[in-house]
Design a protein around this ligand. Structure first.
Ligand code: UDP
Length: 455
């Protein structure tokens, strides 16, 4: 009997890494590859919990878990602390896990022969080599982000960075033509939360860089046409994106998806809805959320706003819901974003510019209003606004994470500017190509999914 190959897939333990690696895993399963997907124990529990299942096989993917070394209830949103902890315990745990799977009747369920690890978990390549397994890397960010990290030693020798990863001067530059502008005050490793945690993040990146050569291949959730400059710098990195689909297969969400917004979207006019979501980690204070709510109300446009569980107090969420309901809006805890962005009623996306959100919007031709929060989101904003011209920036003052309160009038003005511009462009292209009326944007599905969004 020929047993299909089995790969072990290992994401960095954060939502924006789990989702694209789950999508990659679904594609591998479709091609007859068996997948063992490794989450931290906490993430494993929340993913199954969000799906209300105890079955650890999801659409043919074996979901397994290892500890991250943090105690019950400790804050995993502190990325430096999380990284410091799992870096110490996970290599050994992974080795034990593979030993167990490969020792336990491999002739029946297939022996793990490959690791596909997030390039942010490149220490796992050492584990693969120790176990005599093959290794490939998955880059969940842009190829430009990958390039920026790999170029750290060059940037140190060129005097852009000091040995600790901090900029030696303030300004902007590009690594190559057709690449986004890098602002030296916005290197992802210096914008990943509390500055105290920067050494942990920066050292993880240096260790990951050093281990990258152990991977036989690196694939990236991106598209050559979007990033020709970055892929030219690293021709061996293979674009496999956009890993975004509207299938019914589990996405790996950490929160239950509110599918009731499908019917609400179906009831809105084409290209009218402002979709608002800031991914899984970005957080704004109460004053900012109220300004956002007021600004959205002032647009008089319908809006669908994801306010993640835990990102605001219950009283504030109730208040935002009330204000939204009074002004053609709707607040949800978490939604099937990829389907929302594919819906013809969505006109624009107010976003934190996470790479997944960016790719999902670009794949559906949705214009973006950019409000980056941290890590690589500033680089993604530069792609959107300066290179691709598919969005505009929300102007902000001040320094630091989420700094500078953005007033309601600014929110209103920028939504109007973006939607007005998109309407003018559609009008022009309608005159040229489609006198028949408002069609779905190029690449977007026509029609609706009323009743078909069951999770
Ligand atoms: N997402 C979702 N439902 C929501 C909000 C977000 O499914 O209500 C998904 C979104 O489609 C994307 C991921 O969560 O795939 C967020 O990843 P991204 O890189 O945009 O941001 P991060 O969470 O890493 O900051």
């Amino acid at each position: 009997m020929v047993v299909a190959p089995r790969v072990l897939v290992l994401p960095y333990p954060a939502q924006g890494h789990v989702i694209p690696m789950m999508e990659l895993s679904h594609r591998l399963v479709e091609h007859g590859v068996k997948v063992t997907f490794v989450n931290t124990e906490l993430n494993h529990g929340v993913i199954l919990g969000a799906l209300a299942t105890s079955d650890s096989e999801l659409a043919g993917i074996d979901m397994v878990s290892v500890p991250d070394g943090l105690g019950h209830g400790e804050d995993r949103k502190d990325l430096a602390r999380l990284t410091d902890s799992f870096s110490k315990v996970m290599p050994l745990e992974l080795e034990k896990l593979v030993g167990k799977i490969n020792g336990d009747a491999p002739e029946r369920h297939g022996r793990i022969s490959w690791f596909i690890a997030d390039v942010n978990m490149a220490w796992a390549f050492h584990v693969a080599k120790r176990l005599g397994l093959r290794a490939a890397g998955f880059c969940p960010s842009s190829a430009a982000m990958f390039a920026t990290r790999i170029k750290i030693p060059e940037m140190i020798s060129d005097g852009v960075l000091d040995e600790s990863g901090w900029p030696r001067w303030r300004g902007t530059f590009r690594l190559a033509p057709a690449m986004p502008t890098v602002d030296t005050s916005e290197f992802s490793w210096n914008r990943a939360g509390d500055a105290k945690g920067q050494p942990v993040i920066f050292n993880l990146i240096l260790r990951n860089n050093a281990a990258t050569h152990l991977a036989e291949a690196i694939v990236c959730n991106s598209v050559h046409e979007l990033e020709p400059g970055a892929f030219a710098l690293f021709p061996s990195v293979l674009p496999v994106g956009p890993l975004s689909s509207c299938s019914d297969k589990p996405a790996g969400s950490f929160w239950p998806e509110d599918t009731s917004c499908a019917a609400w979207l179906d009831a809105q006019p084409a290209s009218s809805v402002v979709y608002v979501a800031f991914g899984s980690l970005a957080a704004y204070d109460a004053a900012q959320l109220v300004e956002m709510a007021e600004g959205l109300a002032l647009t008089s446009r319908p809006f669908l706003w994801v306010v993640r569980p835990g990102s605001a107090t219950e009283e504030l969420v109730d208040e935002l819901r009330r204000r939204a309901a009074a002004s053609r809006g709707r607040v949800v805890c978490w939604c099937p974003q990829r389907r929302v962005l594919a819906h013809p009623s969505v006109g624009c996306f107010l976003t934190h510019c996470g790479w997944n959100s960016t790719m999902e919007a670009v794949a559906n031709g949705v214009p973006l209003l950019c409000w980056p929060y941290f890590t690589d989101q500033f680089l993604n904003q530069s792609y959107i606004c300066d290179v691709w011209s598919t969005g505009i920036k929300v102007p902000r003052g001040g320094d630091g994470e989420g700094a500078g309160l953005v007033g309601r009038e600014v929110v209103r003005g920028k939504v109007e500017e973006l939607l007005g511009d998109a309407e003018r462009r559609r009008g022009r292209s309608r005159c040229r190509t489609s006198p028949g009326g408002p069609s779905a944007r190029k690449g977007r599905r026509a029609g609706t999914w009323n009743g078909s969004w069951t999770s």
